[in-house]
Ligand binder design. Structure first.
Ligand code: FPP
Length: 241
C-alpha cells in the first residue's frame, strides 16, 4: 500500500453486483449478499490504516422493498445475523455504528438490534460506519423539509443540511460504486454535491484492498475545486464555497 497525500476522510460505497456475482456461479442471489458482508468486513478493516475515518454504505434502499419477497426477507435476515455476529467485533475494533434510514417497516427484532448496536458502539472513535438501511436520498430530503416546515423553521441550505439524517458527519469526499453501473440510485443526493465519484467494474464481492487502493490512488490525482478555479487553489487549502 503506497502512502498517499490526498486522502479521502469519508468514503461512501454503493455495494453493487452481489446478485450478478451469485448468478455467475449458479447460486441464489442471497449467497451474493452474504459474500458482500464478507467484503464489507474486509474493506472496513482496511480503512483506518488508510486514514479513512468514516465509511457510509448503501445496504438497503427504500426501493429495495420491491425486490422478490424472499430476497427482501433474506436481506433482513443478513442484517439480523450481522448484528449478532459482527457487532461485538466492531466494538472491540473501535468502530462506531450508526444506521441511517426510515425505521418504518422494520421488524421489532431488527429495530431493537439497530438501537442496541448504536448504543453499544457509541463511544468508539477509530472509524464511523454509517449503514444506510431503508434509506433513500429523496426520502431524506423530503422528511427533513417536512420536519422544518412543521416546526415553522425557514428552509435554507443550512437548515436543511442540518436536518438531514447524516448531519452528524462531513459530506463524503469519495463515492465508490462497484458493479459497473454509473448512477447514484438515490444515494446521498444532497451530500454528494461535491463528492468525487469512482466507478469500479468489479462486482462488490470481488472488491478487495487492492481495488480500494486503486480508488484512493485515483482520488489522490484529482483536483477538488468546489466551484473555484485551479489558479485560486494554488498554494491554498481548499475550503468549501
Ligand atoms: C446491490 O447488489 C446490493 C444490495 C441491494 C444489498 C447490499 C447489501 C450487502 C452487501 C450486505 C450488507 C448488509 C448489511 C445489512 C450490512 P444487487 O443485488 O443489486 O446486485 P446486482 O446488480 O448484481 O443484481
Amino acid at each position: 500500500m503506497a502512502e498517499l497525500h490526498n486522502v479521502p476522510r469519508h468514503i461512501a460505497i454503493v455495494m453493487d453486483g452481489n446478485g450478478r456475482w451469485a448468478s455467475k456461479r449458479f447460486l441464489p442471489r442471497i449467497a451474493g449478499h452474504n459474500r458482500g458482508v464478507e467484503t464489507l468486513k474486509r474493506i472496513i478493516s482496511a480503512c483506518p490504516s488508510r486514514h479513512i475515518d468514516t465509511v457510509t454504505v448503501f445496504a438497503f434502499s427504500s426501493e429495495n422493498w420491491n425486490r422478490p419477497v424472499e430476497e427482501v426477507s433474506g436481506l433482513m435476515d443478513i442484517l439480523a445475523m450481522a448484528l449478532s455476529r459482527e457487532v461485538p467485533k466492531l466494538q472491540r475494533d473501535g468502530v462506531r455504528l450508526r444506521f441511517v434510514g426510515s425505521r418504518e417497516g422494520l421488524s421489532e427484532r431488527v429495530k431493537k438490534g439497530l438501537e442496541d448496536a448504536e448504543a453499544l458502539t457509541a463511544g468508539n472513535t477509530l472509524l464511523s460506519l454509517n449503514v444506510c438501511f431503508n434509506y433513500g436520498g429523496r426520502w431524506d430530503i423530503a422528511s427533513a423539509a417536512a420536519r422544518l416546515a412543521a416546526a415553522g423553521t425557514p428552509i435554507t441550505e443550512l437548515s436543511l443540511s442540518q436536518a438531514l439524517s447524516l448531519s452528524f458527519c462531513s459530506d463524503p469526499d469519495l463515492l465508490i460504486r462497484t458493479g459497473n453501473e454509473m448512477r447514484l440510485s438515490n444515494f446521498l443526493l444532497w451530500q454528494s454535491a461535491y463528492t468525487e465519484l469512482y466507478f469500479s467494474e468489479l462486482l462488490w464481492p470481488d472488491f478487495d484492498e487492492a481495488a480500494l487502493d486503486a480508488a484512493l490512488s485515483d482520488y489522490a490525482s484529482r483536483e477538488r475545486r468546489f466551484g473555484k478555479t485551479s489558479d485560486q487553489l494554488v498554494g491554498k487549502s481548499v475550503t468549501k464555497a
